[in-house]
Design a protein around this ligand. Structure first.
Ligand code: ATP
Length: 283
């Protein structure tokens, strides 16, 4: 039996979520599907997060020593700003997110949060300042809807859920769980944006939620949505484990290089998928 209570700041003060004994969000994330391999050092320090600045300093990493996955990756995410990772499949985008969450330790270079090497700090501290939103981020935008449903029950947020209580569908549980992660109010947000096409209405909804979530938070996002990419403070184009281009959308478009090509491809794909999503909705 689970109690529903507590304010959910992410959606404003109007929404609340299950805070206790609920499905652990992290279990649902692809990012977290692998067992953590790293352990705290015997005298791991506490992580003192003030601004939430993230630095990758010449990081190289491989899963298999014969295959380099990331090579000499350096970038900084100033506190409160957004870096978007783009590039072809297998380029190493998810690996960068995993390394920042310290699923694995880097083989060379360092990752710093507010100047502290994440290998030297307690994982609990690191993970408590990082919020992860999985690919199903559009579900988060819909999370607001669960609020109305819960309020519709006679006991509202005091309603018990569980085997003998209120039943939430799998999708609803997931939305609540996403909301719960955001309840942490993390300084750093890692986001794996969904690739699926959405109708215009839902897309707008998501953009609003995204903006709300990332404002004033240090954000690292695997970006697929054109609007997210355009608004990022910095875009890193990852290909074959290397940063092949970096800059703002306009800077990269002017370059007419890898990014420019990717963008045009994405634009075409986006338009096609959007038409399909809207046709589906009309039916
Ligand atoms: P996508 O856009 O398809 O998600 P990506 O840019 O996020 O790709 P990664 O998932 O970081 O790329 O993968 C980078 C490389 O590392 C790929 O060649 C991938 O096959 C490999 N890789 C990813 N995870 C593992 C793992 N757990 N063990 C071994 N190799 C892996």
């Amino acid at each position: 039996i689970i109690q529903l209570y507590g304010p959910l700041n992410w959606f404003g003060n109007y929404y609340r979520v299950i805070q206790k004994n609920f499905v652990d969000m992290e279990k649902m994330l692809d990012l977290l599907q692998e067992l953590p391999e790293v352990k705290d050092l015997p005298h791991a320090e506490s992580l003192n997060v003030q601004k939430g600045e993230v630095v990758f300093d010449n990081v190289s990493f491989h899963y298999d020593p014969r295959v380099p996955t990331l090579t000499n990756i350096s970038f900084a995410i100033p506190s409160g700003s957004t870096v978007a990772l783009v590039g072809p499949s297998g380029g190493g985008k998810s690996t960068i997110l995993r390394l920042l969450f310290r699923f694995y330790d880097v083989q060379s270079g360092r990752i710093l949060v507010d100047g502290q090497d994440i290998r030297h700090v307690r994982q609990r501290d690191l993970r408590s300042c990082i919020g992860i939103v999985p690919q199903q981020v559009e579900e988060a935008a819909e999370a607001a809807q669960i609020h109305d449903k819960i309020l519709g029950f006679p006991e509202g947020y005091d309603t018990k859920v569980g085997e003998r209580g209120l039943r939430l569908s799998g999708g609803e549980k997931q939305r609540v769980a996403i909301a719960r992660t955001l309840l942490k109010n993390p300084q750093i947000v890692l986001l794996d944006e969904a690739t699926s096409a959405l109708d215009t209405h839902t897309e707008r909804h998501i953009q609003k939620s995204l903006r709300r979530m990332t404002v004033n938070r240090t954000t690292l996002i695997i970006a697929h949505r054109l609007s997210t990419i355009v608004h990022a403070d910095q875009i890193l184009v990852l290909q074959g484990g290397e940063i092949v281009e970096r800059g703002s959308h306009l800077e990269l478009m002017h370059k007419e290089g890898v990014y420019h090509k990717l963008w045009n491809k994405q634009l075409k794909h986006h338009e096609k998928m959007k038409r399909e999503a809207e046709n589906k909705q009309r039916l």
